[in-house]
Write a protein that binds this ligand. Structure first.
Ligand code: NAD
Ligand code: DAU
Length: 349
């Protein structure tokens, strides 16, 4: 079959990447989808077991820190487009070990940009960089992050993502590389590694373990269902303007403590527990260093220009998410055995 696009999706074995790969493989049988992933602790090919036999899917085990790996994948599959998600993604890990974030998120991104610049001298191409709202810093009680908000990253993770965004924009202005950027708020959904708030709480509620809420639990995040983020990337990749950034968010702000309480109520119902039983597990622990207070996205640009908006309410999305974890115990057991235990002890003991 002659494929009309040959897209390299980096980080396709991770949380968001696997949802994006699934969407593209199923929706675009005329595109070749190459999942380029190093398979770090966060990458898991089981996330793609429902699509990995499709004829338009390939897996390439590679490291974006290696220009040779990238070149090999570009040549082997004649890559026409890139959607770049591969990254070190967890803020707490960036606090205990920032250098890995510089290597993967900054140098890895520049390696990819360099290869795309070298390979794409003619024809139509897109380099879509998937980034985060954390590059904008921290909000007070009011206001929203807009695309024009000045960058003010405050954690090693967000500093590395901000730096990668700057490089992507620099390649557009300097070399005319056809780039697009998206900056999204907190995602939740199935296949989410249980180091992040929602899957960690689901796992601990189920196992009657303490629910570690940082500080007073007053920090605010804007939550979006991961499938809606994948839909937004699809829309921007196909219809967004070159050289532009698009903010993606759920208009769905929660303090951490209210969110954890909501999850407890939902899981009490699903697990047939007494009302209020799971809430007793809530434990306030030492705050995250430099903990950003509030993130909130103004997503009016993508809504007005490209017609995207979230497809589910938080209640629906969270209920589906909890059901997925309860029905996929094997997945959770596998990812929480071994190295996860060591990480958990270091973080929370
Ligand atoms: P994740 O940690 O679940 O997955 C990251 C993936 O990248 C893994 O499959 C991992 O194996 C791969 N990877 C890591 N280092 C690599 C390397 N050197 N070479 C090749 N592959 C490598 O991350 P996620 O939560 O799915 O996030 C994906 C992207 O979306 C990231 O760029 C992140 O900054 C961004 N983002 C995440 C969120 C969120 O809420 N999770 C929100 C906005 C933006
Ligand atoms: O905003 C987008 C970002 O969202 C992404 O770019 C990041 O990759 C992603 O990890 C996420 O970052 P956060 O730091 O907001 O997500 P996390 O799930 O780690 O934490 C959410 C909130 O919950 C945050 O205020 C810290 C708090 N928290 C987290 C954990 C893991 C707790 O109170 N207890 C915990 O155990």
């Amino acid at each position: 079959m002659e494929f009309t696009k040959r897209i390299l999706i980096t980080g396709g074995a991770g949380f968001i990447g696997s949802h994006l790969v699934r969407l593209f493989v199923n929706k675009y049988p005329n595109y070749l989808i190459v999942n380029f992933d190093k398979l770090t602790y966060a990458g898991n090919l089981e996330n793609l077991s429902d699509v990995d036999q499709k004829s338009n899917y390939r897996f390439f085990k590679g490291d974006i820190c290696s220009p040779e790996d990238i070149q090999k994948a570009f040549e082997e599959y004649e890559i026409s487009d890139v959607i770049h998600l591969a990254a070190e993604s967890h803020v707490d890990r960036s606090i205990s070990g920032p250098m890995e974030f510089v290597k993967t998120n900054v140098i890895g991104t520049v390696n990819l940009l360099e290869r795309a610049r070298g390979a794409w001298s003619e024809g139509e191409h897109v380099f879509h960089h998937v980034s985060t709202d954390e590059v904008y810093g921290s909000l007070g009680e009011t206001g929203l992050f807009e695309e024009s908000t000045a960058y003010d990253p405050r954690s090693p993770y967000s500093a590395s993502k901000a730096s990668s965004d700057h490089f992507v924009n620099a390649y557009f202005h300097t070399y005319g590389l056809p780039v697009k950027l998206s900056n999204c708020s907190n995602n939740y959904g199935s296949h989410h590694f249980p180091e992040k708030l929602i899957p960690l709480m689901i796992h601990n509620i189920q196992n009657n373990q303490p629910l570690p809420v940082y500080g007073k639990g007053e920090n605010i995040r804007d939550w979006l269902w991961v499938v809606d983020h994948a839909r937004a990337i699809d829309t921007i990749f196909h219809e967004g303007r070159l050289g532009e950034s698009y903010n993606v968010g759920g208009l769905n702000e929660w303090t951490n403590i209210e969110l954890v309480r909501f999850l407890c109520r939902l899981m009490d119902e699903k697990l047939g527990r007494e009302k209020g039983e799971s809430e007793k597990l809530i434990t306030f622990v030492k705050d995250r260093a430099g903990h950003d207070m509030r993130y909130a996205i103004d997503a009016s640009k993508i809504e007005k220009e490209l017609g995207w908006k979230p497809s589910v309410t938080f209640e629906e999305g969270l209920s589906k998410t909890v059901d997925w974890y309860l029905n996929n115990q094997g997945w959770l057991e596998k990812v929480t055995s071994g190295a996860y235990q060591e990480y958990y002890q270091k973080m929370y003991s």
